[in-house]
Design a protein around this ligand. Structure first.
Ligand SMILES: Cc1ncc(COP(=O)(O)O)c(C=O)c1O
Length: 384
């Protein structure tokens, strides 16, 4: 029997992508200057309601650049969400600082602000939060703590394009924020990223360091006073992003509709107490970057469920691995207990997601998960 294959993500390029890309090619503007870079930076700033967007080559370097611009350096400490991809912790290590991990809230899966203050020391320079899976963090509480302790805030909004709290977009609360435009993101250029900020000086530093520390307004004399990076985005990538940004509301609506159908399927099922989903923060508007689901009240192994799904063509991924256990950490804390992030990793997954999934596709995926789970559960119950 052959099955339709459902990869975890397929980008949707259904607008002016080809037109703008061909224009960039036809006019020979293929490098990091050009009208699409300028347009995207202006239009994204306008979309977010922020002063500066600085395009870069991906979200990981955007995090590094943000830390460099803030002057975070060796032996500083940066408070960071423990339920996180490797990107933020890597960037903190790039500058020689130490990541100090904070557990998530059980219901929202996002960083728990009530646990931050006890981890602040004289070495703490910044708080780096992640709006995980498109769900906005409790930014009011986080900004209050940062202000009290005079700390900088970096928002990792890689997964949360368009999410907001009280109408203010994620990425505009902190001192400096980042976005990723990787192929699975809500708007994409295949690879790409941006740093955004309201601070003129931080923006200038980002422009300086991302362009190998060439003098911003000085002569091109090949004399460099600082060590810089080539983190530039090309006009070709920006051409794709200009087209994507024109349709961002459509992409968000489609993803949110899809996730609502997915979630409601399980919440109205007889098995509803075996599944859970992240709870939104008060006054937040969230964007369903991926269709996430977590098992509850069962010892069924999420990887057994994922394996069975893969056999019928449904791709999936585990949720993020708890950061404090990552082996690359020089000063990790593998013995510290982070039971919520560990549970998210052991019981959570995301399944095929994206604006091009139709209602019938998500219904098929939901039904298959429910059926496969029931079979594994029956088998488990029989053997226990
Ligand atoms: C939360 C988060 N931060 C940062 C990144 C890094 O972005 P990139 O893949 O563009 O380097 C990603 C993902 O890709 C992410 O999910």
């Amino acid at each position: 029997m052959s099955y339709k294959k459902y990869p975890v993500s397929i980008p949707e390029l259904s607008g002016n992508e080809k037109k703008y890309l061909n224009d960039a090619l036809d006019t020979n503007w293929i490098s990091s200057t050009g009208k699409y870079v300028d347009s995207f930076e202006n239009n994204f700033s306008e979309y977010l309601n922020i002063n500066h967007t600085i395009t870069v080559s991906n979200g990981t370097v955007a995090l590094h650049l943000a830390l460099v611009a803030l002057g975070v350096q060796k032996d500083d400490e940066v408070i960071v969400s423990n339920h996180n991809g490797v990107y933020g912790p890597f960037a903190i290590e790039y500058v020689g600082a130490k990541p100090i991990f904070i557990e998530s809230k059980k219901d929202t899966w996002n960083i728990d602000p009530s646990l931050i203050e006890e981890k602040i020391t004289k070495k703490t320079k910044a708080i780096m939060i992640v709006h995980i899976y498109g769900y906005a963090c409790d930014m009011k509480a986080i900004m209050k703590i940062a202000k009290k302790h005079n700390l900088k805030v970096i928002e990792d909004a890689a997964e949360s394009h368009g999410a907001s709290i009280d109408g203010m977009k994620c990425g505009t609360f902190g001192d400096i924020s980042i976005f990723s435009f990787y192929a699975n993101k809500i708007i994409t250029s295949g690879e790409g990223g941006a740093v955004v900020t309201n601070d003129d000086e931080l923006a200038l530093k980002c422009r300086y360091y991302k362009n190998l520390c060439f003098k911003i307004n000085g002569p091109r004399d090949f004399q460099h006073s600082d060590i810089g990076y080539n983190y530039r985005m090309s006009n070709l990538h920006a051409a794709l992003l200009c087209a994507q940004l024109e349709k961002i509301d459509y992409y968000i609506d489609k993803r949110n509709d899809c996730f609502n159908n997915f979630k409601n399927y399980f919440l109205s099922s007889d098995l509803d107490n075996f599944f859970s989903f992240p709870k939104p923060e008060i006054d937040s508007f969230n964007v369903a970057w991926v269709n996430v689901i977590k098992l509850e009240n069962t010892n069924i192994n999420i990887n057994d469920l994922r394996f069975e799904l893969s056999k019928v063509g449904i791709d999936s991924r585990n949720l993020f691995y708890p950061s404090h256990k990552q082996l690359f950490l020089k000063n990790g804390s593998p013995n510290e207990s982070f039971s919520i992030s560990e549970d998210l990793y052991l019981k959570g997954m995301y399944v095929p997601s994206g604006s091009n999934l139709e209602k019938k596709d998500i219904l098929y995926i939901s039904k298959t998960i429910e059926k496969t789970f029931s079979e594994l559960k029956a088998n488990n119950d029989k053997n226990s």
